[in-house]
Design a protein around this ligand. Sequence first.
Ligand code: TMP
Length: 261
Amino acid sequence: MDEQILTQGRFAGWTFAYEGKAKRLYRSPEGDRYLVRFKDDATAFNGKKRGQIESKGIVNSRISSLLFRLLEEHGVETHLLEEVGPGQMLVRAVEIIPLEVVVRNLTTGSLSRRLGLPEGRPIDPPLVEFYYKSDALDDPLVYPEHAGLLGAAREEEVVRLRELALQVNGVLQAFFQQLRIVLVDFKLEFGRADGRILLADELSPDTCRFWEAGTGRKLDKDRFRQDLGQVEEAYQEMLRRVEAGATGRVASSAGMGGGGR
Ligand code: TMP
């Protein structure tokens, strides 16, 4: 089932390269591109909680592609080359920088837990945090200065990552505001290619926190993390809204399709 070498169609000859918690990657024969296949598998707490979210792969691939395109239109370079059918994305090969860059507009999650801050307090200006990508160490929070010590990124790269993260935040905040969604926080990963830094990985309800404006209803992976129910519905709702926003049909997306059952 899980082929080591793809044998059919356009990607025949591409070889399996890597499997993460949410995606499988296949490398092009030239090594310059990857086919990313998004999985329905869901994990939380560094893989300690596991499950499946029906159609998540398709939803996350589509949302990521639309948001990457939006960012490209606003001058943020991403690894996206092409959306290639449900749940799949063609991307440029990059050298992933082993830092997770988190931007926070409202207090919640690990920030609230670590510092004892009440949930939902605005953070202005937004906070940018760096986590070292290491499953063995549980992705620890690090100072920007630690990035050099770890060999993760050079000082000037860290400055650039911060700048890019805030630029992404500005574009996404404006986009989601018109969809009546509060962009609470999100996680970015970046990669190096040809001396430039590109936005990589994904942008989806797995990697962002989305709260419905007015109601505060959570429309992201926290529904899975916290066993809140209606997980699939939340992902579908976000897909509906992002598609509406990306195609200029914002007004019709205001309803809560499906209601609060
Ligand atoms: P946190 O509050 O748990 O640190 O999460 C901050 C943001 O980063 C939130 O939008 C979820 C996202 N995130 C990931 O994408 N992957 C992760 O492994 C973690 C811990 C958080």
